[in-house]
Design a protein around this ligand. Structure first.
Ligand SMILES: [Zn+2]
Ligand SMILES: [Zn+2]
Length: 324
């Protein structure tokens, strides 16, 4: 099969061995894939991953190695954490923290920048007809936004600040907006902030943040990907408030933790989230992810697609496999 091998560079090959589904797994033909910041980090060496990257996809199940054939020939999206479904964590429902897990295109499992991939059938969800391929690819990052609602209770009377106007930050604002809380989205790019402004969410450019705003938010979600974002979150959060950390900061960050103790701040780390509510929200048209798709490339143009995805003001770049 055609596959893109990541090893500091992207190498496109035609003769990669098609994966074989293990017991309980499905073979999925990739229809569309999305480029995520994590993929760009992997290209730079993150997680030491070498192989086929990519974890945002929609595909069609073409083979199932299990008695349960329900999903055969169905269009699906899939949770990227392939758990063992046997260990203590799995037994208590903590699949995302299974110590034996592989992660699609990130850790110990080839990803979706190839014609075929495998995942456990337990990870898969059928995509309703109402959701286009383009939107379905966005389910994975949208699920990461939904994780916040799974972790903390955001009241409709809460004041929430979301920091960072990358794809994830914007998806978080749109998701938290469903709670009717009063949201202020702080970012650096007025172009990107327009996406949330169109949904009547208030926005502010980082340079316009005033010191009067300090200690005035019940919840601050940090999704800037930078250390300075964490400092700003500490400034903005109210005493006894909550900071949700979404950025996986690679450098050894020096943080002043005194204010966390004095103001009794709760800090929550937040990673992958539940696919089901994310997919339902797309099917019911409660969140429109179309404005996130900047450009679509064919699989043969994957290198160009990666270059494009790193350009200013570009949000989601998709790879269309349907010609393959
Ligand atoms: Zn991603
Ligand atoms: Zn497990």
């Amino acid at each position: 099969m055609k596959a893109a091998i990541f090893n500091k560079n992207i190498e496109l090959v035609n003769d990669y061995k098609k994966p074989e589904p293990k017991k309980g797994e499905a073979l999925i033909k990739v229809l569309m894939a999305g480029i995520c910041n994590t993929d760009i980090e992997i290209l730079k060496g993150y997680m030491g991953f070498k192989g086929i990257a990519g974890h945002e996809f929609v595909g069609e199940v073409v083979e199932i190695n299990d008695a349960d054939q329900t999903l055969l020939n169905k269009r699906v999206v899939g949770d990227i954490n392939a758990a063992c479904y046997q260990c203590k964590d799995c037994m208590s429902g903590n699949f995302h923290h299974c110590p034996n897990r592989s992660v699609l295109g990130i850790f110990n499992r080839d990803g979706c920048f190839a014609q075929y991939l495998t995942l456990p059938i337990k990870n898969l969800l059928e995509v309703p007809d109402a959701v286009t391929d383009e939107s379905a690819v966005l389910v994975e990052p949208l699920a990461a936004a939904f994780e916040i609602l799974d972790q903390i209770h955001i009241k409709p009377t809460d004041r929430v600040a979301v920091l960072g106007d990358g794809k994830l930050g914007l998806l978080i604002s749109l998701t938290l907006n469903l709670t009717q809380a009063d949201i202020l989205h702080i970012g650096k790019h007025s172009e990107k902030l327009k996406i949330v402004e169109n949904e009547q969410i208030s926005t502010l450019l980082l340079n316009d943040v005033q010191s009067e705003m300090n200690k005035s938010f019940d919840v601050v979600v940090e999704a800037t990907g930078s250390v300075s974002g964490v400092g700003l979150a500490q400034n903005l959060v109210k005493p006894k408030g909550t900071i949700v950390l979404k950025s996986t900061l690679a450098d050894n960050t020096k943080l002043n933790l005194a204010s966390i103790v004095i103001d009794e701040i709760k800090i929550i780390g937040s990673r992958c989230g539940p696919f089901k509510p994310a997919l339902k929200t797309l099917a019911e048209n409660k969140i429109n992810v179309k404005p996130f798709v900047s450009k679509v490339f064919g699989f043969d143009q994957i290198k160009e697609a990666f270059e494009c995805s790193q350009r200013k003001n570009v949000l989601k770049v998709l790879i269309d496999f349907k010609e393959e």
